[in-house]
Write a protein that binds this ligand. Structure first.
Ligand code: ZN
Length: 106
């Protein structure tokens, strides 16, 4: 529950400094690397939620944007960076570094 408050999709600073969004991993690659098993058709895929003790797929993710939203615990965000921050308790800059998208601006 506490995760969801700080990271809302699109809440990142407009000036991105060394942040290069184009280097973010593709959502399908990223979510698989995080151990999510994605099921279902359509824009939103389902997966077991890593933000609470989930027993059936409650998390919905989009593979085009990386947006995610859990129907049960309320975890949500707009991209894989938001997911990484919440999953691992990282600040924006640390999550960006962990994903290799910091310090390589065009
Ligand atoms: Zn959840």
């Amino acid at each position: 529950m506490a995760y969801a408050k700080s990271a809302r999709g699109g809440a990142y600073p407009r000036k991105s400094f060394g942040f290069n969004r184009a280097l973010l991993p593709h959502p399908s690659d990223y979510f698989m690397s995080q151990g999510l098993i994605l099921t279902g058709g359509g824009e939103w895929k389902s997966a077991t939620c890593p933000f609470h003790n989930d027993t059936r797929p409650s998390l919905r993710v989009r593979l085009d944007t990386g947006a995610f939203c859990c129907m049960v615990c309320g975890a949500k965000g707009g991209d894989v960076l938001a997911f990484h921050m919440q999953r691992h308790g990282l600040r924006f800059i640390d999550a960006a570094r962990a994903l290799g998208v910091w310090g390589k601006s065009q």
